[in-house]
Ligand binder design. Structure first.
Ligand SMILES: Cc1cc2nc3c(=O)[nH]c(=O)nc-3n(C[C@H](O)[C@H](O)[C@H](O)COP(=O)(O)O)c2cc1C
Length: 324
């Protein structure tokens, strides 16, 4: 047990959240994180209809009786999804928290509150954290440039983002981006965060549904083996450095248009690459923490190691301070 405003708010044992990951989060991963004492978030972007989402949530409920959440992305990339309908379905099915990202409105926040769920909004800029607080979010996640998925365009790292946001808002802050073990966990708490949100670390676990080739590629990847694509489109995505992602960056440098880039970056290809393990098919979102990932443990092993490792680190720091 590790008590912060986040554990209290979400009714969980440890302030460790698995961020929603399109093409990666499924019932097994979400339930495994919740069962291990954290909170898993199911990404609605995985589902073409409310019925599909409902089925997957029902599956989560057969796998855990612990609280779980749902991720809803308000990025332009998911405009075709009936996000409001998906939110209502998740509430009906008992999701107790929402992790949102992108441009939310007051109406979205109210929808979550009416459903008696907690609202965590994920941002990549200090000013967006202030806006989230003003709109009524219960907590905010701030991600740094290291993160998998969509990093801040201005390239500010987690170490700088977290204390800035902690100083800017009164609601609890969760740190995301580049966290994958006890060291990152303790560092985030030391920076003033009251919890951590991780994506990449949980991708390379036994329960994650991606193909073993993708997990192996992550284990073999160095910290320099990720690359940001789509910068020219004004919304970046950090991905594994593969032939496809490097080609995208090359094309962008030569002034490629969105229409020219779409065949390479389209979600269907990402999904195909994760499912088939053919890493030449599409881009593979992944954070820099992949450089610190050397094995594919279970979710429970990841979380247990973070919690017991945090205690060891704190004992070491206490001894250092007392010796000084
Ligand atoms: C494969 C992948 C898919 C993701 N999909 C989503 C998504 O659908 N919605 C969202 O808000 N964030 C998404 N993210 C971001 C994660 O939820 C989380 O913010 C990020 O992974 C944290 O950084 P880390 O990877 O360094 O731990 C995704 C990240 C990855 C790696």
């Amino acid at each position: 047990m590790l008590k912060t405003r986040i554990t209290e708010m979400l009714g969980i044992e440890y302030p460790i959240i698995c961020g929603g990951m399109q093409y990666v989060s499924n019932a097994e991963l979400v339930a495994a994180v919740s069962n291990a004492g954290g909170m898993g978030m199911l990404a609605v972007g995985n589902f073409g209809s409310k019925e599909e989402l409902r089925d997957e949530i029902r599956k989560i409920k057969t796998l855990t009786d612990k609280p779980f959440g749902v991720n809803v992305t308000f990025m332009p990339v998911l405009e075709f999804v009936d996000r409001e309908g998906m939110m209502d379905t998740a509430i009906e099915e008992g999701a107790s928290a929402f992790e949102t990202s992108g441009r939310i409105s007051e109406e979205h926040v109210q929808r979550i509150k009416k459903g008696n769920a907690k609202h965590i909004h994920k941002v990549a800029r200090v000013r967006d954290a202030r806006t989230a607080e003003r709109l009524g979010a219960d907590a905010v996640v701030i991600v740094g440039y290291e993160c998998g998925g969509i990093p801040p365009m201005d390239e500010i790292t987690t170490f700088i983002q977290v204390p800035l946001v902690v100083g800017a808002v009164n609601i609890p802050v969760i740190a995301g981006g580049g966290i994958g073990d006890a060291r990152g966990f303790v560092a985030a708490l030391a920076l003033g965060a009251e919890g951590v949100l991780m994506g990449t670390r949980f991708m390379a676990t036994r329960e994650s549904l991606i193909h073993s080739n993708a997990k192996e590629a992550m284990v073999n990847a160095k910290e320099t083996d990720t690359i940001c694509v789509m910068r020219s489109l004004g919304i970046m995505e950090r991905t594994l450095k593969t032939e496809v992602s490097q080609k995208v960056v090359e094309m962008e440098k030569k002034g490629a248009t969105l229409e020219e880039l779409i065949p390479l970056i389209i979600g269907k290809k990402v999904q195909e690459a994760f499912e088939t393990g053919d890493l030449h098919t599409g881009i593979l979102p992944c954070g820099q923490i992949t450089g610190l990932i050397n094995e594919v443990p279970t979710v429970k092993e990841v979380i247990d190691d973070m919690v017991s490792g945090a205690e060891d680190i704190l004992n070491r720091l206490t001894r250092m301070i007392r010796a000084g």
